[in-house]
Design a protein around this ligand. Structure first.
Ligand code: ATP
Ligand code: MG
Length: 277
């Protein structure tokens, strides 16, 4: 495999407060759209024990990152499932939750894997699982950007706020993108985003970037049962149109960031995470 460039990959964690809001569908389809925009994309399934990216992509891979970390598979290349709808993906497997219990040798392998991955991709999306543990939340803090997905439901909005507050209290510099999924109409989506934006401004004194509104669309469930990515099986569905807008907003946002002052890198953050233990 060729190196993309000497610029490390952008790292984006996709999270929610409440589970089941559409993170995996959004990260899968957004990754494919980034691939279509000529980015070298890695989608990292972080849903411990319950990963479903392989189902959404309609592709199964033998190894997970844990097989590499625990030494069952010595080659990192073999962990990556390449060229699925134009992207690569990695499954987290079981056991990533025990980061705090890793031995020195396992930590070293994890660093090596991340060192390798950030130089081979332009963008790495981490699809986070529903049940956030301390370790997965700490890992989230190492990523450069956080995409928070909510639905218009009040409980989803409240939980999204709590998640952002948790992260903000540990790193005030962290950038947040907001996505509202399952909106009945545009007005409902806008009102959801506005409510979160205003709460964050008022209580955390922070600005967050709205990235898009995705409609409630039966195509999502149909695509999941067909095990084919939504944007491929329903190219003209309303949600596919909105995903295209989301992808182009994401592209222009991240290209803006490229011109900004360099923040501490993902790799440096990961190393700090372990040294803090
Ligand atoms: N825009 C939408 N319109 C209709 N149904 C949707 C939409 N988005 C998600 N869903 C439904 O919600 C289900 C869960 O979506 P998904 O698995 O992407 O959520 P998740 O946030 O990754 O869940 P978890 O927190 O468990 O990882 C989908 O299988 C689909 O049935
Ligand atoms: Mg998921």
């Amino acid at each position: 495999m060729l190196l993309n460039s000497t610029t490390p990959a952008k790292t984006i964690g996709i999270v929610s407060g409440k589970g089941g809001v559409g993170k995996s569908n959004i990260s899968t389809n957004l990754s494919i759209l980034m691939g279509e925009a000529d980015k070298k994309v890695l989608l990292f399934d972080m849903d411990i024990g319950m990963g479903n990216i392989h189902i959404l992509l309609g592709s199964h891979h033998k190894y997970s990152i844990m097989d590499y970390i625990e030494g069952r598979e010595p080659e990192i290349e073999n962990i990556i499932c390449e060229n699925v709808h134009g992207i690569s993906y990695i499954s987290a497997g079981n056991g990533l939750k025990s980061i705090v219990e890793w031995k020195e040798e396992q930590i070293q392998r994890f660093f090596e894997a991340m060192d390798y991955l950030v130089l081979r991709y332009d963008v790495i999306f981490f699809d986070m699982g529903a049940g956030a543990t301390r370790e997965t939340l700490d890992f989230l803090l190492t990523m450069e950007q956080i995409m928070v997905v909510t639905t218009p439901e009040p409980t989803s909005i409240t939980d999204a706020y709590s998640m952002m507050k948790y992260i903000h209290l540990r790193d005030e510099e962290k950038e947040f993108y907001l996505v509202c999924n399952r909106a009945e109409n545009r007005q409902e989506g806008m009102a959801t985003i506005k409510r979160l934006q205003e709460t964050i401004r008022k209580f955390l004194g922070k600005e967050v970037t709205p990235l898009g509104i995705l409609p409630e669309d039966p195509a999502v469930r149909k695509a999941v049962s067909q095990q084919t990515p939504l944007i491929r099986s329903f190219p003209r569905a309303p949600i596919t149109m909105s995903l295209h807008t989301l992808a182009s907003n994401f592209l222009s946002e991240t290209e803006n960031i490229a011109g900004q002052e360099k923040k501490p890198s993902f790799l440096k953050n990961i190393k700090n995470l372990f040294f803090r233990r």
